[in-house]
Ligand binder design. Sequence first.
Ligand SMILES: [Fe+2]
Length: 352
Amino acid sequence: MTRTFSRFATGVLIALSLAACSGDDSATGEGPRADAGEVNIYSSRHYDTDLALYEDFTEQTGITVNRIEADADALIERIASEGDLTSADLLVTVDAGRLWRAEEAGILAPVESDVLAERLPDHLRHPEGLWFGLSTRARVIIYNEDAGRPEGLDTYADLAGPAWRGDICIRSSSNIYNISLLSSIIAHRGAEAAEDWARGVVANFARPPQGNDTAQIESVASGECRIAVVNTYYLARFAGSEDPQERAIWDAIGVIFPDQDGVGTHINVSGAGLVRNAPNRENAIRFLEYLTSESAQRYFADGNNEYPAVEGMDGNSAVARLGAFRADTLNASAIGRNQRGAVEIFDRAGWN
Ligand SMILES: [Fe+2]
């Protein structure tokens, strides 16, 4: 209770101080605010480890970090409606689809930074620097260990085959992780093949889509579903758990990283982009660069059991239990572009 309240209170205080900040501005009639020694972060991530990062950045640079937390779509809408009066410097969110929505809303500005270009691989950055991937998660296939590894299930395409009738559990198609997965299939194999795939998977459903990725994991462990598709960070929560019941669930599950002999396993990003009307542009870029430092990457990725975006860095020990894999290097902006087509295919395929 206290914790929730103090979080809420902090949010209100930040909101008030930001409001006061833009109020001052309009009162003096000055143009865009100059660097006032602060950076305003609008984030849909809400992990305590992110807070530690903000504090560390302030310690290193003297720049105060103010944050507003809300659902990504709400933040995008808010920044768009605030226009050139916005206090937002940086939008931090999860999933290429949401970064794309921000891009479509016209609220992001390109950033040119040698540090970011050097530290982040091409496929995890927007081609024009509108956003930068900071950590990744993979969408993998899991199976019930007692039922044995499903022979011949090595790719996403295999999920649509007739061998798995009544075996597959997966969450609803309104979920952005599935939209992004299908978007990547459209990018690689075309819309027609993607639609055939969606229809094939629907024909293999063990039950109508229900619950989040954690619910799919539990259903595979219990044997209700033989096969499911889930994000790695949900699995890592079980794999790294101290709770015997959660560890038992992890022990009942096998993991398949799809498409290892092909394009690699589909991954998605957590990322951030500079807001077009950012009042503290330089500080925002500095913060972005800071987030690609090795120590910040560690924290940022560990906050949600993700993989660091910077090349050559591995996931934490919980993530490592899932195994090593080769990731698909399709640019995340291609995933964004195909979102609309993916939603239409899901509808036609009857994937609820
Ligand atoms: Fe999630």
